[in-house]
Design a protein around this ligand. Structure first.
Ligand code: F6P
Length: 362
């Protein structure tokens, strides 16, 4: 009989529990596979010395988990030694490992696949790629993205209400997305409440006639208020280098929101223009919610596709939807290269139209 393991890795994302649930139901209903187990807290759960339990996953235990955000298995970031993981898979008699995780986790999955192949074992490894950032190459849209940006759009709406009531109201809404501006763009387009959208893919300047500061001051004069939607990875080149490295010297995202708030504060003071700044950071809230109806269905279909692929003997691949079709993609395709908002693409052009007067593009 077949034994299947499931693991969720990396940051949270709406729909993780939907994927787990649909994997278990599909395996039981269509393939009669009853022996399904979950590993806790990402790959760390496959390393025995960490002491995490291996949890049986049954149709009863996963029945309504989709109604909750997060992952019932827990998660963690970080790779583990592939040879330790493969030892554990062999010890537990796992035939298939299903990994729900981001690009780092998929790189980890590929390395586990290499180790399996090197040992001549017959263990399948299939991924369901996950990120709220929506930046997976070759995949049309990542699951949970739509739920996440809808949640971010609520903060933009709240910012609009706040700044319209204030004198010289400027709202800054910082959203996640790491090196991609998809969340910022889609959330801004969802309700057309943004005046400026700043994303990592498009550089901007602060100073000069067409710099952000001048355009912002003008906009507030003309309209009474303005809302800036700020992707956390935007404007990194403007931040002093020291603020973009951690204590060990590794590159990290600098706090562009703090930087902009300071610069805007100084600039409005110089102009003697009244300013009421409101800062919103929906942060983790956008990824901890349960999947909406559409994402929920999408998650179930991705999970079914992953189960079919794995049960058909495929390995070292991930599933995704591309041009309305569910597809199998080799892991290296989704872990190399990047997928980002194209400054010439329809998405960015729509953002420019919706914000009417965006900012100077260098
Ligand atoms: O990659 C997903 C993501 O949510 C990014 O948008 C964000 O920068 C990052 O994870 C946050 O990571 P962590 O969970 O480690 O704080």
């Amino acid at each position: 009989t077949t034994k299947v393991g499931v693991v969720t890795c990396g940051g949270l994302c709406p729909g993780l529990n939907d994927v787990i649930r649909a994997i278990v139901l599909e395996l039981n209903t269509h393939y009669g596979v009853r022996d399904v187990v979950g590993f806790q807290h990402g790959y760390a759960g496959l390393v025995p010395e960490n002491g995490h339990a291996v949890v049986p996953l049954t149709p009863a235990s996963v029945a309504r988990i989709n109604e909750r955000g997060g992952t019932v298995l827990g998660s963690s970031r970080g790779a583990q030694d592939p040879s330790v993981i493969v030892d554990r898979l062999v010890e537990l008699g796992i035939d298939i490992l299903l990994v729900i995780g981001g690009d780092g986790s998929m790189r980890g999955a590929h390395n586990i696949g290499l180790e399996i192949a090197a040992r001549g074992l017959q263990i399948g490894i299939v991924g369901v790629p996950k990120t709220i950032d929506n930046d997976i190459p070759h995949i049309g849209q990542s699951f949970g993205f739509s739920t996440a940006f809808a949640k971010a759009a609520e903060s933009i709406k709240a910012a609009r209400v706040e700044v319209e009531a204030a004198v010289g109201g400027v709202g800054i809404v910082k959203v996640m997305g790491r090196h991609a501006g998809f969340i910022a763009c889609y959330a801004a387009l969802a309700n057309h409440d943004a005046d400026f959208v700043l994303i990592p893919e498009v550089g901007f300047s602060l100073d000069g006639d067409n710099g952000l500061l001048n355009l912002l001051a003008q906009r507030v004069k003309d309209k009474g208020s303005a809302v800036i939607v700020l992707a956390e990875g935007a404007g990194q080149d403007l931040i002093p280098a020291d603020d973009r490295t951690d204590a060990s010297g590794n590159a990290v995202l600098g706090d562009i929101a703090r930087f902009l708030r300071d610069e805007i504060g100084k600039d409005f003071a110089n102009r003697s223009q009244p300013l009421t700044m409101r800062y919103f950071n929906p942060g983790y809230a956008i990824r901890s919610v349960p999947a909406d109806a559409s994402d929920s269905v999408y998650c179930a279909r991705l999970a079914q596709t992953a189960v079919h692929a794995a049960m058909a003997g495929r390995t070292d691949m991930v599933v995704g939807r591309r041009r309305h079709r569910f597809v199998n993609v080799p892991i290296p395709f989704v872990t190399s290269g990047s997928h980002s908002v194209s400054p010439d693409g329809d998405l960015w052009l729509s953002v420019l139209e919706s914000t009417a007067q965006p900012f100077a593009m260098r």
